[in-house]
Design a protein around this ligand. Structure first.
Ligand code: SF4
Ligand code: SF4
Length: 61
């Protein structure tokens, strides 16, 4: 899974919105009431949204 669901599943998303911009991402309130990205089934796992997330460290930089 090469998208921001990796971040939300890990509990690391702070809802900053930096990963907005892909048509496959919508922001919805999570269980705690904070906005969080939800990735739809059309995601191609290109990884662009993950690159925008400063709260995700992929170990490559
Ligand atoms: S950029 Fe990262 S922390 Fe910000 S909303 Fe997207 S997944 Fe959450
Ligand atoms: S298509 Fe790419 S930018 Fe869009 S949600 Fe999937 S991985 Fe992220």
């Amino acid at each position: 899974m090469n998208n921001v669901k990796t971040v939300t599943d890990a509990g690391l998303c702070v809802g900053c919105g930096d990963c907005k911009g892909c048509v496959h991402i919508t922001f919805q309130r999570n269980a705690l009431g904070f906005p969080a990205p939800v990735v739809d089934e059309g995601c191609t796992h290109c990884g662009e949204c993950l690159k925008k997330c400063i709260y995700w460290d992929d170990g490559n930089d």
